[in-house]
Ligand binder design. Structure first.
Ligand code: KG4
Ligand code: ZN
Length: 343
């Protein structure tokens, strides 16, 4: 295998501007700038996200290169998230990557963001020995924009077994968090408050969706009406029951995800399982996947916490594999907000 291959990865699909450097498949650095500007709006404002990416991209890349001890001239190729995501945000990363490739006369590599989340399962830091999934495995990909069960035969040969027919699991966390007045992103906040709550305190309706598909929009609406009705009876209902509300909501979402995922695994006869995407940072989901896996004889792989939400390391990781196969993009490539969801 060729060595001294240095990939600079760029991720800017939503509200995190991230750059990472990988050499010969080993992660040397990763720098991510979040965007606090969205907090007061309770969700990502696309125009503000795009402007913040523009302000962040150069310092983020500079710092990632410095931390890796790599100069621009030593970079073999630049990999960037082409989509799916917010167009204005994707464009910033795409144009930066094109400019960087042109200026340094190196190849450009386009990466599907969702494939990046799966690749996060294979990220390797120096001197670190990690447990990684063996192919084929079934991956529960849960993020703010997607909820899918994917059969992964290898990083570039994947098949969707089931997916949400409406909202993603992360969206359910975020929208319910907004109803509670907790802020954005909601997942980590609900996770935090749920720790001290009773998961059986309140019961929420579960969707009856066939096969291995999901639906979270009904749960979100039911949750909204539930809170509205309880506030009519007790104006301090949220403050008085915050931990129990969060624990019950999280219990419901996690249970829906896990039940479908294990049912799909049994149906596909696959005993190697993994989870990826922002919602895989959820402590209850991580614990229950491992617990249920042990009980039922599945090997479950969970990515390190820091590579669950959007990051450039996962983009560089896909870039490294595409580099080895010589799969490069042309300079006239564009960002694709709706890049085929089918990987
Ligand atoms: O993968 P990601 O960073 O961005 C997308 O590609 O969408 O995922 C972001 C999503 C948000 O909806 C956020 O609320 C959710 O991941 N999330 C969590 C947790 N941490 C992040 N959801 C539940 N529990 C968490 N601890
Ligand atoms: Zn993502």
């Amino acid at each position: 295998m060729k060595d001294n291959i240095v990939i600079l990865g760029i991720e800017s699909s939503c509200d995190d501007t991230s750059a990472a450097v990988i050499r010969d498949g080993i992660l040397l650095s990763q720098v991510t700038a979040g965007q606090d500007v969205h907090r007061k709006y309770g969700g990502v404002v696309p125009e503000l996200a795009s402007r913040a990416h523009q302000a962040n991209i150069i310092p983020v890349v500079d710092t990632a290169l410095k931390e890796a001890g790599i100069t621009s001239e030593e970079v073999s190729a630049v990999a960037f998230t082409r989509g799916p995501g917010l167009l204005g945000s994707l464009l910033v990363g795409t144009f930066f990557a094109k400019g960087f490739a042109l200026a340094n006369n190196i190849p450009l590599i386009d990466v599907n963001h969702l494939r990046g989340h799966i690749a996060a399962l294979f990220l390797q830091e120096k001197g670190q020995k990690r447990d990684m999934p063996n192919y084929p495995f079934l991956c529960l990909l849960v993020s703010g924009g997607h909820t899918q069960i994917i059969l992964v035969r290898n990083l570039f040969d994947t098949k969707i077994i089931g997916e949400t027919i409406d909202d993603a699991a992360g969206e359910a966390f975020d929208k319910c968090s907004k109803v509670l007045g907790l802020g954005y992103p909601g997942g980590p906040l609900i996770d935090k408050y749920a720790k001290k709550g009773n998961p059986k305190a309140f019961k929420f309706t579960r969707p009856a969706i066939p096969e291995f598909n999901f639906s979270f929009s009904g749960l979100k609406t039911a949750f909204m009406y539930f809170i509205r009705d309880e506030i009519k009876k007790d104006k301090d209902f949220i403050a008085n029951n915050l931990h129990d509300i969060c624990a019950s909501l999280q219990f419901t979402i996690v249970d829906i995800l896990i039940n479908k995922f294990f049912a799909a695994a049994k149906s596909e006869n696959i005993f190697e399982l993994a989870v990826a995407g922002g919602v895989s940072a959820n402590s209850e989901l991580r614990e229950k996947l491992v617990e249920r896996g042990k009980e039922q004889g599945f090997r479950v792989h969970i990515p390190p916490f820091k590579y669950t939400t959007d990051n450039a390391a996962m983009i560089a990781q896909v870039g490294y594999h595409k580099y080895l196969c010589g799969e490069f993009a042309a300079q006239n490539i564009t960002a694709e907000a709706r890049l085929k969801r089918k990987l």
